[in-house]
Design a protein around this ligand. Structure first.
Ligand code: SF4
Length: 191
């Protein structure tokens, strides 16, 4: 019997958050989810990542699998350009803050962030444990790790909330990766 292993990709999402508890620098793995979709998009000229491999979408499908889907559709207001633009701007702002703050930590201008935040600014009321102590990790690397982990945490929580109220993969409608991929495909067709 052929196993459809793509059904189990959600394990990588769980693993990602679990590894952060061992050591936050595992959060650098999050860059795979930001870079690989576009590598595959350029190679295949279609959204291969979204259609087959995205571990976050797999998690959303797995969490809400078996739930009655009747009446649970993606709301129209979320499918509008404004909502997509808003989340794209949020993603851009996040990346900008991530880069600039990491540079400032590197240059010793600000302290490294050592906690997880929700929506860029809201610090979680608990610290995640660090079960493996890796010596000599530079502050900027720790800071970058917490920023990436926070980004992934925020979008996953929003995805789970949207999936609870609407269709499981409602997040995909406004996901910045999706919006950027659509823009890239449109440019390819026109170009
Ligand atoms: S739209 Fe975003 S969350 Fe959905 S499959 Fe694509 S990358 Fe994953």
């Amino acid at each position: 019997m052929k196993i459809n292993w793509t059904k189990y990709l959600y394990i990588f999402t769980i693993l990602f958050f679990a590894l952060g508890i061992f050591n936050i620098t595992f959060a650098w793995l999050g860059f795979i989810c930001m870079i690989l979709p576009f590598v595959l998009l350029i190679r295949d000229k279609k959204k291969t990542w979204c259609q087959k491999y995205c571990p976050r979408a797999s998690l959303l499908s797995a969490v809400y699998r078996g739930r009655k889907s009747k009446g649970r559709r993606t709301p129209e207001w979320l499918a509008k350009v404004d909502a997509k633009t808003f989340f794209l701007a949020y993603f851009g702002a996040n990346l900008f803050i991530l880069m600039m703050s990491t540079i400032m930590v590197f240059r010793g201008r600000i302290e490294a962030m050592d906690h997880v935040r929700f929506l860029i600014a809201f610090q979680l009321p608990w610290d995640i444990p660090q079960l493996i102590n890796v010596p000599n990790i530079p502050d900027w690397a720790v800071h970058l790790s917490f920023r990436v982990y926070s980004m992934m945490f925020t979008t996953t929580v929003i995805g789970l909330i949207l999936g609870w109220f609407y269709a499981p993969r409602t997040w995909c409608t406004i996901c910045p990766i999706n919006t950027l991929s659509d823009m890239g495909l449109k440019n390819q067709k026109e170009g």
